[in-house]
Design a binder for this molecule. Structure first.
Ligand code: SAH
Ligand code: SF4
Length: 465
């Protein structure tokens, strides 16, 4: 992707206290009415304020000219019109992709990515926004820039919704409107489920943002209790599951939550969601050269998803985190996809911007956090090469699932294990993930592959294609 325009660049700022004023987009209509009534305003003001939030292109209280200046000032004391304090937009792909880096009131940074797909044949134009649910992420998938950052904090409802309002304003300026929304930015949505659900309800409420429920997708790395909670709500939202490996030993490495909720439990929970909602689940599969892209991997994936009616998106890994890995070559991805298809699994290969949806998120924020020391990167590479070899030999990870223990490295370093925050720094809203008792090292697990003789990806002597 070639970047062509940079606007309004916020400088990284040290973390400050959060603005205590709620963002107006996250305030329920009844609560907004009560606030206005408490301010001595007539009942019709709530409608005016709601219209300014949901139906106008206003970017701040000052733009809301339907309200008098004194009322705007009093409202600004109570409520933030925009929960994002600054936004830098980078335009790429000849204007078809916009990456936005948003600053929160405490100086933290999150990203959203807006992608424009022109109409083609019978297919209408689409404008898809990818949004963040957390600043950083505790799950620590090693190929992911957000995972490498580690967890910072949950976003609140307005901080999630306002990424969408921002995009809507930018789209409206070009005569476009948002057609699809995906929670595939920074963070694990199901580890901030209350806020994500509230935001999704607001965004799909006809009286507020008004996006069709079926046009909203929530992506998870496999938080089984979160999938079950969603299932019980029976929404019409689409569930996407980041699988990346069909076998536990490899998935323990690529998606560390697998050590807590193994792949079969994740797929079973997703099948429960599909059965309860009638919505087809899609699986994301990041393709990493020599690690998870072999015919045996395709066969294991086909067996895992057989009869589920679900769809797999194969996404070439974007080399944004510090790993010894590379994206699978296009012919290898093609072969993988063909093998899945031959086994009756629906599959799409994402080649260009699709691959940036996930990969782009976290990249800008990671850039701002600075390059880790070279020695730390070398240690991380060595650790991942060794862990890849163990995973390919079928050895389950003996490391705890993220969220279990304090393993966060000193700042500026790339740590030896999954990057998670110390338990003492967990915000009250974050549900801790408790360890599976014993979590045994399962060298003799049925998933174990014998005699593969595969070299660890990233090892220097590769190339036997
Ligand atoms: N935490 C959630 C949602 C955000 S990540 C999840 O993991 O599903 C959104 C998607 O981007 C996931 O499928 C993730 O695996 C993918 N992704 C992350 N880093 C990537 C990279 N370097 N290359 C390609 N896809 C990546
Ligand atoms: Fe978190 Fe998703 Fe990145 Fe994994 S891929 S670290 S779950 S944001």
């Amino acid at each position: 992707m070639t970047e062509t325009t940079v606007q309004a660049q916020p400088k990284p700022v040290p973390s400050t206290a959060r603005d205590p004023r709620p963002g107006v987009s996250g305030v329920e209509p009844a609560a907004l009415a009560a606030i206005l009534e408490g301010m001595g305003e007539p009942a019709f003001r709530s409608r005016q304020v709601a219209d300014s939030v949901w139906r106008s292109e206003a970017a701040g209280w000052d733009d809301v000219t339907t309200l008098g200046r004194p009322l705007r000032a009093r409202l600004a004391e109570r409520l933030r019109f925009d929960a994002l304090t600054a936004t830098e937009v980078r335009v790429a792909d000849d204007g078809a992709t916009e990456k936005a880096l948003h600053q929160l009131s405490d100086g933290r940074l999150v990203e959203s990515v807006l992608m424009h797909y022109p109409a083609r044949g019978a297919r209408r134009e689409r404008n898809t926004l990818c949004i963040s649910s957390q600043a950083g992420c505790a799950v620590g998938c090693p190929f992911c820039a957000t995972g490498e950052l580690g967890f910072e904090r949950d976003l609140d409802v307005a901080e999630i919704v306002d990424q969408v309002r921002h995009a809507r304003r930018r789209l409206a300026a070009g005569g476009r409107h948002l057609t699809n929304l995906v929670f595939m930015g920074m963070g694990e949505p199901l580890l901030n489920l209350d806020a994500v659900v509230e935001a999704a309800v607001i965004i799909t409420d006809a009286e507020r943002f008004g996006l069709g429920a079926r046009h909203l997708t929530i992506s998870t790395s496999g938080v089984v209790p979160g999938i079950e909670r969603l299932t019980a709500m029976r929404p019409q939202w689409t569930l996407a599951v980041s699988l990346h490996a069909a076998r536990d030993a490899l998935r323990d490495l690529l998606v560390p939550l697998n050590r807590r909720w193994p792949v079969r439990a994740v797929v079973a929970a997703a099948a429960g969601y599909a059965a309860a909602t009638g919505r087809r689940v899609s699986y994301e599969y990041v393709m990493i050269d020599g690690l998870n892209d072999t015919p045996a991997d395709a066969d294991a994936l086909a067996r895992l998803l057989a009869g589920s009616g679900s769809h797999v998106n194969c996404i070439p890994m974007n080399a944004v985190a510090h790993t010894p890995w590379q994206a699978s070559a296009p012919d290898r991805i093609e072969a993988f996809a063909n093998r899945l298809q031959a086994a009756g699994i629906g599959v799409t290969v994402r080649r260009n911007r699709g691959q940036e949806v996930g990969a782009a998120c976290g990249q800008l924020a990671a850039e701002r956090s600075g390059e880790p020391a070279a020695a730390a990167v070398t240690r991380r590479h060595e650790r991942l090469v060794a862990a890849s070899a163990r995973a390919l030999a079928g050895e389950r990870s003996g490391e705890p699932a993220p969220g279990d223990v304090a393993m966060a490295p000193p700042s500026g370093q790339v740590g030896p294990g999954p990057v998670v925050r110390p338990a003492t720094q967990r915000p009250a809203t974050q549900r801790p993930i408790t360890p599976r008792s014993g979590s045994p090292r399962m060298a003799g697990h049925p998933d174990r592959r014998s005699g593969t003789g595969r070299r660890p990806p990233g090892a220097p002597s590769r190339g036997s294609r």
